[in-house]
Structure formats: C-alpha cells, structure tokens
Design a protein around this ligand. Structure first.
Ligand code: MG
Length: 262
C-alpha cells in the first residue's frame, strides 16, 4: 500500500504552493519576453511596409471618387456617342438619361480595359402587360461585347441566366437583389479584361465581380466569351473598348455613371 494521499485523482501533496507557481509562471513569461526582444525576426518593425503610400482619394457622399472618370453626372452626354456614330440620342432630364426606344444604343467615346464601374439604373413603372425579357430590358456591355443584363426582375420570371445581374446567357446571379420598378438600383462592377497573345490566342478570359444594390451577385465570374442571343459564346482578340448601354425598347433610365481605371 502506498501513501494514502496519493490515491486520489489529484496528488495535491506533490504540487507546489500557489505562490511558488505564480512566481515561476511570471518568471517564464518574463524570460520569453526577453528572448523575443533579442530576436531580430520578432521585431514588429520588420513586418511594417511603408511603401508604396496609397494615393489619397476623396469619396464625397453621393458623388464619384476624386480619381474617377465621370461618364454621366446628369449634366449631359458629352462622354457618349450613338452606336451609329454622332451624338448620343437619349433623353437627359432630372439628373438621369433615359433610353429613347428605337434610337439604338450609346457607348462611351473613351475605351476601357480593367475598370471599377458604378452605374445606377431604374426600370419604368409598367403601364402595359409586358413580362419576361420585354420588361425593362437594357444592358451594360463591358468592352462593347460582354453584357451585364439590366432587366426588371422584380416578380418577373424569365430564364435566370437572362435576368437582372446575369451575364447574359452565361452566368446566373447568386441571388435576385432586384428592387421594384420605379426605384433606383445600383451596379458596382469590377471588370478584368481578357488577355490575348500577339497571335490573337486567348491568354486569360475576362472576369467580373458585381454587387447589385450592394449585394454580391457575380463573384469573380469567368466570362466565356461574347454574350450571344443565339449560340455559344466565343472570343476574338480585341483591345480596350467602350462601355455600351443597350436600347432594348424599354425606357430604362441611368444616372451617376463613373469608372476608375485599374
Ligand atoms: Mg439586355
């Protein structure tokens, strides 16, 4: 038989007094701190990056960031032209530009490659019984070829890869974040242009991230090629190109359009 004190689950007789343990613990912590202080790799300054210093960008509420290219602020369509050439024929009023059905699309005079894009749009309140693809259809085409769909998708079923915030006939949005017609909606887009080799081969497809009314709906989506009404998508080499807004016979309005070149 051994010492009866040792039979219990906790051999208290062998434990050091509380005060002794506290002193040992404090000593260990102190020793560790001293060791760290003398270890060059543990110097916090070693992991501080002081360059490059980010440029300062002013971000006024409700307006474009100070480093943005403003494409439409309500004052006119100087940054745009008709897809047929000449001045953009859409109607400007009350800080917005509205599609004139039948007048064809408009595009920016400037071409873009990688961009951050902000654009606001509003579907008309319907006065006649149109639905599906005929209700509030327009589109934001990146580089004139790749359509981020604009559609009144509030309580308006259609094929999901053709609803609002889809990449037309390629990518269904993660959720339907649509507001009712008559309310302003936002798209915030990060667009990475496709890369082509000197010989015209595809080096890297385009990619797109989209927030619809602040909600993530396209998450670094790979673009399979041009967004076609009929047939599969495909790529043909091209350079930087305009942003194009579609006339699809709906009186869609746009406002506060700006891009930041990346
Ligand atoms: Mg469309």
């Amino acid at each position: 038989m051994g010492d009866p004190v040792m039979r219990g689950p906790f051999p208290h007789s062998r434990r050091k007094p509380m005060a002794t343990r506290a002193i040992l613990l404090a000593g260990g912590v102190l020793a560790g701190a001293v060791a760290l202080a003398h270890d060059p790799a543990a110097d916090p300054a070693k992991t501080e990056a002081w360059t490059p210093v980010p440029a300062v960008v002013a971000t006024p509420v409700g307006a474009a960031p100070s480093d943005a290219v403003v494409l439409f602020d309500g004052s006119g369509l100087a940054a745009w032209e008709s897809e047929q050439g000449g001045d953009a024929p859409w109607k400007v009023a009350d800080g917005a530009v509205t599609v004139v059905p039948g007048s064809k699309g408009i595009r920016t005079r400037q071409g873009f490659c990688d961009i951050q894009l902000h654009i606001e749009w509003r579907s008309p309140v319907q006065t006649r019984g149109v639905d599906g693809q005929n209700r509030g259809n327009s589109g934001v085409f990146l580089q004139e070829r790749y359509e981020l769909q604009v559609l009144d998708s509030h309580d308006n079923p259609t094929y999901p890869n053709g609803q609002a915030a889809s990449i037309y006939k390629q990518a269904i949005p993660l959720v339907n974040a649509s507001r009712p017609p008559g309310e302003w909606q936002t798209y915030d887009v990060v667009w990475k242009a496709p890369r082509f080799s000197e010989g015209g081969g595809l080096l890297a497809p385009a990619r797109i991230t989209v927030l619809h009314n602040g909600v993530l709906v396209q998450d670094d989506t790979v673009i399979a090629g041009t967004t076609e009404y009929r047939g599969p998508p495909s790529y043909a080499p091209h350079g930087c190109a305009p942003i194009y807004l579609q006339d699809h016979d709906s009186e869609i309005s746009f406002r506060n359009i700006w891009v930041r070149e990346l």
